[in-house]
Design a protein around this ligand. Structure first.
Ligand code: ZN
Length: 122
């Protein structure tokens, strides 16, 4: 082995390290269990995505009407609505991947997903 061989080996090892870093480092920053998110859809259009882990009050005002979404203690719930049936307010709290809260008169769908797009229907 002469000096050139060692430089070549060093270069290959460096390249391997760089490739390994490119492949493995992103996985370190993306946890296996992605945090759950609450996805709000109005008439099939995405209205907003909110982390289920962060307490938050969301007023949803659209041409169809008003709903108030409360995210608290890891649960999402429609707490106010001016829809005629008020059913969305009686659907309770949702927290599990795939659970939904629907307000038909307002074409509103509040859905919990795990955040990685691997929900039961996807
Ligand atoms: Zn409703």
């Amino acid at each position: 082995m002469n000096r050139r061989d060692w430089i070549l080996i060093g270069a290959i090892l460096a390249l391997a390290a760089v490739l390994a870093a490119i492949f493995y480092i992103p996985k370190l920053f993306v946890p296996e269990d992605n945090p759950a998110v609450v996805t709000v859809t109005i008439d099939t259009e995405l209205y907003g995505v909110y982390a289920l882990s962060e307490d938050r009050e969301v007023d949803i005002d659209t041409k169809y009407g008003h709903n108030h979404l409360s995210i608290r203690d890891g649960f999402a719930q429609v707490t106010e609505a001016d829809c005629p049936d008020g059913l969305c307010m009686h659907q309770g709290r949702i927290s599990q991947n795939g659970e939904m809260n629907v307000c038909l008169p307002h074409l509103l769908i509040v859905e919990v997903t795990s955040g990685d797009g691997n929900g039961p229907d996807k």
